[in-house]
Design a binder for this molecule. Sequence first.
Ligand code: DNO
Length: 357
Amino acid sequence: MQMTLRWYGTGHDTVTLKQIRQIPGVTGVITTLYDTKPGEVWSRERIRAMKEEVESAGLTVAGIESVNVHDDIKTGSGDRELYIENYIQTLENLGKEGIRMVCYNFMPVFDWTRTELARMRPDGSTVLAYTQEAVDAIVPEKMFESIAGDMNGSVMPGWEPERMARVKELFEAYKDIDDEKLFANLIYFLERIMPVCDKYDINMAIHPDDPAWSVFGLPRIIINKKNILRMMSAVDNKHNGVTFCTGSYGTNLNNDLPDMIRALKGRIHFAHIRNLKFHSATNFEESAHLSSDGTFDMHAIMRALYDIGFDGPIRPDHGRMIWGEVAMPGYGLYDRALGATYLQGLWEAIDKENKAK
Ligand code: DNO
């Protein structure tokens, strides 16, 4: 595995490449062209400039998170063909620049959903949190307003103000889309992009829906083992793979994370590792990465990744806000750095034990 950190790019991130370079064991970043819109073609020049910036800081671009998919592709309407062509062109340009992993999602309207961005914990740290009661009590159009005040001045992925201004219109676009239609549109998209992925050896890594159930009545498909395996066999190409995000699949306590990892051997191209602490099945918060602070057995998760021979990029996921840091919720430097070292500690122990056998 290659330990990485997500980085939104100069001008978009409070964390610098210089700081990332100083986290022990972190050799790469997962980045994006944050100011591009879904459906836009990423030029080779901009990709190259981004790569050069990262490389001159002594790091590598380990992959992209995300190249976002236009809603017309997800709904299978409007200008779908044009946007798929553009997506292929972006993949072509990324491939030519040697970038081999692309994370994306197929969530309608909202990307991930949390109901609090700064829940205070007993130690004074703040974390992202979710309660179903809060979602049930709010109309979707108010969702953005309810959390906007806690964004620390950042623009959060999937929660861009211009997108939120169109929430009503977006809901309208999805009104006839159920899980099956969304699934069919995903398969159509994948079949179209696989040739360019084969050509450049680009691993597509779909991010799960977060939380792993329907919110606001919208369809959700990338939520459990059965659905992902269905997607893998519908487009049975190794470049059709997943981002294994423990914090997203883990929102549903019925998902057995180590078992899912083992079932996805060879198809996990990227891993997001974080822990959640549950107060009830639908009330959880994003704890520190340590097993002792949350509900998941992080050792068993890392062990499963080790056992399947996972060798892709991995990153600590959302961190707590600690030590007075002001950053995009979940994406500060300090707690993610702690997460990166903890995960590497687990990995080292597993590796040494394994080799000593
Ligand atoms: C949240 C992230 C997601 C993820 C996208 C992938 O912090 O894990 O926004 O990047 O869903 O496209």
